[in-house]
Design a protein around this ligand. Structure first.
Ligand code: F6P
Length: 321
């Protein structure tokens, strides 16, 4: 009998989840497996919201943002009784393997599930925060960066029209990756992130010089993890004496149709995940490191702190002082 694999998305949604689901289903079918999808993430596993991944169900999914299957951050999955219920749901349908698309919390949950019931899984990293250790890329990041780019382009139009200072807050939890890449890609004058110590006195001196030399407006990009968006906006008004405004981009960064890069990366991550499962190389998270796909154990991922590449930090340092 053909092996059955169920695919689910879990945690914060990210563009690229949908193409990953579709590619994992299509490729596993190509490889002789029968693909299923789980709706509403870990909660769906507990509730038994598991359906065969028919073409009808997957059609039109690829270009959509978010996750068409739905996601959840289910606290109940920490409870053994609910995990047992989830295992029984899989058993009823004869599903023996799982592919989970999400963040490290989701991978840890499935690792515990494996410890309990020995259901092998492969993880695909997806979070706009790009903060999963062991991989240079997580699905959703490129789409988020492009959403930020288009917002900053619009803000620059109004900033330059009024000679104002604008502070833009990006998401990322404790990770400054989105802010750093956006600051460089959008020509911001200031960038504050948790990874870099900043010096507002030095920033003030630098900006005053630039203003005297004719700079009409100022853009500051701040990672939410610094908690500095409001203080920096006040500082721009009080110290720089500029008309200053704050834009918190918020969840607009998580939405939108996946970019070509996210779609193709989703395809490659999905193929690698299915290949890992078929090779019996299970309970691995697929990683993309230095341009190559590989995998890490959940322990390597969970026990190592994510570090942003040092060359990126070096480039941004000049915008923090
Ligand atoms: O982890 C993704 C993320 O979008 C973070 O960047 C942000 O801090 C958080 O999720 C927001 O969570 P919620 O959607 O629960 O408000």
């Amino acid at each position: 009998m053909n092996e059955k694999v169920a695919i689910l998305t879990s945690g914060g949604d990210a563009a690229g989840m949908n193409p990953a689901v579709k590619s994992a289903a299509d490729y596993s079918r190509q490889k002789g497996m029968v693909p299923y999808v789980v709706e509403w993430g870990l909660r769906g596993l507990i509730e038994g919201w598991i359906k065969e991944a028919t073409h009808e169900r997957l059609d039109g999914m690829l270009y959509r943002g978010g996750t068409a299957l739905g996601s959840s951050r289910s606290k109940r999955f920490y409870d053994y009784e609910f995990r047992k219920q989830a295992f029984e749901n899989l058993q009823k349908l004869g599903i023996s393997k799982l592919i989970i698309i999400g963040g490290d919390g989701s991978f840890k949950a499935l690792n515990q599930f494996y410890v309990d019931f020995e259901v092998p899984f492969a993880g695909i990293p997806a979070t706009i925060d790009n903060d999963i250790s062991g991989t240079d890329y997580c699905l959703g990041v490129d789409t988020a960066l492009n959403m930020i780019r288009s917002s900053v382009d619009s803000i620059r139009d109004t900033a330059s029209s009024f000679s104002r200072a604008f502070v833009i807050e990006t998401m990322g939890r404790d990770c400054g990756y989105l802010a750093m890449v956006s600051a460089l890609a959008n020509g911001a004058e200031v960038c504050l992130v948790p990874e870099i110590e900043y010096d507002l006195n030095a920033v003030g001196e630098r900006l005053r010089e630039q203003r005297e030399a004719g700079k009409r407006y100022v853009l500051g990009i701040v990672a939410e993890g610094t908690g500095m968006a409001e203080p920096l906006t006040r500082w721009m008004g009080d110290v720089l004496k500029m008309d200053a405004r704050l834009t918190v981009l918020g969840h607009v960064q998580r939405g939108g149709s996946p970019t070509v890069y996210d779609r193709i990366m989703a395809y490659k991550f999905a193929v690698a995940a299915v290949d890992h499962l078929l090779a019996g190389d299970t309970n691995r998270v697929v990683t993309f490191r230095n341009g190559r796909f590989g995998s890490s154990s959940i322990h390597q991922i969970a026990d190592t702190k994510h570090e942003c590449e040092s060359s990126l930090l070096d480039l941004v340092r000049g915008l923090s002082c």
